[in-house]
Write a protein that binds this ligand. Sequence first.
Ligand code: NIG
Ligand code: FE
Length: 414
Amino acid sequence: MAIFFEQANEIMTMQGSGARTREAMRELSIVRDASLLIDGETILAIGTKDELMRTHAELIASAHIIDARGKVLMPGLIDCHTHLVHGGTREHEFQMRLEGKTYMDIMNAGGGIHATTAMTQQASFDELYDKAMHHLNTFLLHGVTTVEAKSGYGLNWETEQKQLRVAKKLHDTHAIDVVSTFMGAHAVPKQYKGNEDAFVDIILDMLPKVAEQQLAEFNDVFCEHGVFTPEQSRRILLEGKKYGLIPKIHADEIEPYDGAELAAEVGAISAEHLLVASDQGIDDLARASTIAVLLPGTAFFLQAPFARGRLMIDRGVAVAISTDFNPGSSPTISLPFIMNLACVNMGMTMEEVLVATTVNAAHAINRGDTLGTLEVGKQADVLLLNVANYKQLQYYYGMNHTHTVVKRGKIVVK
Ligand code: NIG
Ligand code: FE
């Protein structure tokens, strides 16, 4: 059945092509007092109610009508960096950090990523699937219609594969599109401490299997002091490219480590975190058109300095924003709250955070052609917000303003 959103206060169409930089990150291409018509899985028309009644009277007569008066319509939000599929929780580590321990202290003592790895290895396929399904339902309630999901809590082929297969099944069964990233290089298992290159070789062996079995589109590495060096990260990312896996990189998250520079050098589609990226690294990202995926929830929750989002945009980097949803450094699913953090703590404008969670997020996962804008012919992923104008989405912070969500032309939240 066709869907007719009738007379929204504002429709943020975000129209245009390519990832947005500088001033283009502030262009929302808003049409006011406008209606939107969906037929099948795609957007058929946007315009005033009178115009659409003239051109599509018959279809509208049989359509499902949604009263959008007093509300705002925008593209479904895209969360382009998550660790969706994992076993267990780590609330006790949050308590340890509040009492003075650091994130890396906890990880080096066998907690952190290692603790979640043990719980993920022990969990059955169905347990992981049910838990991630529950998280996806919460994402949808917050207006998120596409989620990137990384593996990396397996650190052996059996469990990495299990995580990626869970993500694939979720993509097939859940309304949300799940886009997969292989992240075998998320931590070095204890038994390889001091012999890290041997573990790198094991990851290199997994790459052709990931590609052959079409388990992921992207290949990500945690390039960090005490985890993977820039040299090891380069090897893993370049080897993945040979099999068609597109590089992503967790770069300069805790200590500066030339991660942004490496992302630009290997032609990564995105460099993620970048809390302590260098000036040189930021310029390199702009030159290489590598998207900076910033994750202010992680800085907030780890009580760390925020990434320099304002400077990155001013230097010409295309910025995207995401939750980094994971059980250690950012256990939240509320992308709207993360958008508020980006405004308050990274100096981004309300318009920039909207571009960063739609158009630029779509480009960070290679979906810019089909997702991220409301344009005729694009996939109908639409979010109706219970606010009178787009600025209220950030102003009334820490609340869920979702009214209705449409995914691929179907009403999935109302
Ligand atoms: O993106 N930095 C590495 N990985 C995650 C945290 C994973 C965890 O603590 O479980 C991140 O912050
Ligand atoms: Fe992450």
